[in-house]
Design a protein around this ligand. Structure first.
Ligand code: 13P
Ligand code: SF4
Length: 309
């Protein structure tokens, strides 16, 4: 155990040194393992990380997250090198919509806006009018001139946004996050009964029945901000368990409970220190996209960056 910790220390130090030598920045999502969050320059939600990928001056980005995140970073920064510690780390939901269905919907509704959650492949984004993340979806959908919204791929986030923006007509798609969609109202009720004082903070990828029992619904950053600002001392967190690291780090006097068994995104957890070190040393696993695909998928992403400001 002590030996393993020592090895991790050495690897973390080597990563820090190589990062400077190679003019690289390490971006990490809140769902990756704690030791990865610790070596990152920026830990954030999908929207923060997209903004940081653009704002940071370093020429190389090591993206500790799943493939749609690396793709978005590359789309927005074609001149930068984007390295993925594990190119197999993929979000299943990112594939849960298709161009054919979108084309059919466009024929059916004249003024349709195709709103694409950033958790989607670059190919899927080429069919969209605008991208959103869980932290800006309500704001962006509200700002669109269109009445009809086809929200892809996540049905749960779509239903949440539809509830917040009742003036729009929504067409729903059948995609979902396998980790969040599994969270059940029954498990939450049990957790609430065991911890009646705890406030419930929930990600909008969870089913409606879980959202309805929650005190706050928001992105990973939103959940972390809420817990920091709240005068409450205990919280039930309905999202992936990687957020526990920042929550406990920022709030040592507060207690955080997760639904059981704790929700884990196995794709996010594929990122290891060994893999980060490997891509920094070798420059392997660069994100590469055909230029026409990059240009087309950049349109809805750029629109999100403008409307999300
Ligand atoms: P956030 O945008 O809230 O970080 O969520 C990303 C994600 O993958 C949720 O499952
Ligand atoms: Fe995709 Fe869900 Fe993992 Fe987020 S938690 S990356 S939506 S599978």
């Amino acid at each position: 155990m002590a030996q393993r910790r020592e090895a991790a220390m050495t690897m973390a130090e080597e990563i820090q040194q190589l990062k400077k030598e190679k003019n690289a920045v390490i971006l990490a999502h809140y769902y990756v393992a704690p030791e990865i969050q610790e070596i990152a320059d920026v830990v954030g939600d999908s929207f923060n990380l997209s903004k940081e990928a653009v704002a940071r001056p370093e020429q190389t980005i090591v993206f500790c997250g799943v493939s749609f995140m690396g793709e978005s970073a590359k789309v927005l920064n074609p001149e930068k090198t984007v390295l993925m510690p594990d190119p197999e780390a993929d979000c299943p939901m990112a594939h849960m919509a298709d161009g054919e269905t979108i084309a059919r919907m466009r024929e059916k509704y004249e003024d349709l806006a195709v709103v694409c959650y950033i958790n989607s492949t670059a190919e899927l984004k080429t069919h969209a009018d605008v991208c959103v993340t869980s932290s800006n979806a309500v704001k962006i959908v509200r700002a669109l001139p269109n009445k009809n919204i086809f929200f892809i791929p996540d049905r749960n986030l779509a239903h949440y946004v539809a509830q917040q923006v009742p003036e729009k007509h929504f067409v729903f798609n059948e995609g979902y996050c396998p980790i969040h969609d599994k969270m059940a109202a029954e498990a939450l009720k049990q957790c609430k009964a065991a911890h009646p004082q705890a406030e419930v903070l929930t990600h909008p990828e969870c089913p409606r029945s879980v959202l309805d029992l929650s005190d706050y619904v928001g992105s990973t950053t939103g959940i972390i901000d809420y817990a920091r600002k709240s005068s409450g001392t205990s919280f039930i967190i309905c999202t992936e368990n990687g957020v526990r690291h920042q929550l406990e780090k920022e709030n040592p006097d507060k207690t955080f409970y997760f639904l059981q068994p704790e929700p884990v995104c196995t794709d996010m957890k594929r990122i290891t220190l060994e893999k980060v070190l490997h891509v920094l040393k070798t420059g392997e696993n660069q994100v590469e996209l055909p230029e026409d695909l990059r240009v087309q998928s950049c349109v809805p992403l750029d629109r999100m960056m403008t409307l999300g400001k």
